[in-house]
Design a protein around this ligand. Structure first.
Ligand code: LLP
Length: 387
């Protein structure tokens, strides 16, 4: 729900733009801190969800670490004052210069995804006379029950070391003298709304831990990744994910050894609800079976609907209840201006009668929105404003 004052402000700013409600971000971070602290859990923020400097500075101020998937993300985290010893670096395809950069900065840990990657990091660390801290990213073969493009923890996915490769990896580690194994890492997917999925992950991690104990390998850190989902349908009713149950579940089901620390890598759950894409209606066009509301924002500003058929709640703020309490709704296909049929934010969306110039909000766009925007069709890069 936006106040009349906020909507009036939107009307004065050139569209499209991302609007970030920093109060919502801070309240979310406070919840993350309070609930994770109950169990001494360590939280890293996954920069891939949103690497906007202003947001990163606030996130850092809550004492949260960083989860990066490229050399530039590591660089950005350091620029935004995240401590190198709180940075983890994952990714199936780390390039040599990215590894070298992270080695120079002495980051906390490389989350490694293949045997060959381990060999390369060892070689690069040796050349620098350093020892790299590493965690093995293990593919636990747990179904995340989410969209197939954001499922990562099944054997068929490219991510992580498969369970049947573990023996070979453990054997190889004995010869890789410039690596220090400090942890195990797991991440099974994103936008997970059924918490029992995380319970399945915990049970699998418990089994995998025993494999290492069997080999007399001491594991100091267990990193269970991210993936906690948000409510795209009711962003006002459920503004905050259920961090209470989420962290409690790991405390209840993960068998943590006394010397171990548990890490999380949350992205979406921290930033999704604080961001909204604000756009304007350029044209209303009568189609064969539908009306089109053509916006000045498209898949270049928010790719998720085109790529994952993702739902984002669409609201016509100019005709909202504040202004127009009794207006009847009509159905619109809400589309962008890009020359692609996939450039559609929603089909048959019920909106109050909509006119050229109306302000349209695409809600819950703080995660994987601005950061996935592009300049396709030589569009201007989308801007951001903050409250
Ligand atoms: N850790 C690792 C290793 C990851 O790959 C990811 C996300 C995260 C943590 C953070 O996951 P989160 O807490 O945000 O679910 N672009 C897609 C989502 C891709 C997620 C990629 N990995 C989307 O818009 O839905």
């Amino acid at each position: 729900m936006f106040s009349k004052e906020t909507i009036n402000k939107f009307k004065t700013i050139p569209t499209p733009f991302y609007y970030y409600d920093l109060e919502v971000l801070k309240q979310t971070l406070q919840l993350v801190k309070t609930e994770s602290a109950k169990y001494n859990f360590i939280v890293h923020y996954a920069l891939k969800a949103n690497a906007n400097n202003k947001l990163l500075n606030i996130i850092k101020s809550y004492g949260i670490g960083a989860d990066c998937v490229s050399g530039n993300e590591v660089k950005k985290a350091i620029e935004c004052n995240f401590n190198a010893e709180d940075i983890v670096f994952a990714g199936v395809g780390k390039a040599d210069d990215e590894i070298n950069y992270a080695l120079e900065k002495d980051i906390f840990c490389f989350n490694c995804e293949s045997l060959q990657e381990l060999e390369v990091i060892n070689q690069l660390a040796l050349a620098k006379h350093k020892t790299a801290n590493i965690a093995l990213r293990i593919n636990p073969n747990v179904n995340a029950n989410t969209h197939k493009y954001i499922t990562t923890g099944l054997e068929e996915n490219k991510f992580g070391i498969n369970l049947w490769e573990l023996d070979a990896v453990i054997k190889a580690l004995k010869t890789l003298k410039n690596l220090q194994l400090i942890g195990l890492h797991f991440h099974i997917g994103s936008q997970i709304t059924d918490l029992s999925t995380f319970r399945n992950l915990c049970l699998r991690v418990n089994e995998i831990q025993t494999i290492f104990e069997h080999h007399k390998i001491r594991i100091e850190n267990i990193n269970v990744g991210g993936g906690l989902g948000v409510d795209y349908h009711e962003p006002d009713k459920n503004r905050f994910p259920d961090f209470v149950s989420y962290f409690k579940l790991f405390n209840d089901f993960l068998e943590v050894r006394p010397h171990q620390k548990v890490h999380f890598e949350l992205g979406r759950a921290i930033v999704a609800q604080c961001g909204t894409l604000i756009s304007k209606v350029l044209y209303i066009k009568i189609g064969v079976n539908t009306n089109f509301a053509i916006l000045d924002a498209g898949m270049t500003e928010l790719l998720r609907p085109a790529l994952y058929q993702a739902y984002h709640k669409i609201e016509n703020l100019s005709q909202s209840e504040i202004y127009n309490p009794k207006s009847e709704t009509l159905k619109y296909d809400v589309v962008g201006p890009i020359c692609e049929s996939a450039d559609c934010f929603g089909k048959a969306v019920q909106l109050p009668e909509t006119f050229r110039g109306d302000i349209i909000a695409l809600r819950t766009a703080g995660a994987y929105g601005e950061v996935m925007s592009s300049a396709y069709n030589l569009r201007e890069r989308v801007k951001a404003i903050y409250y």
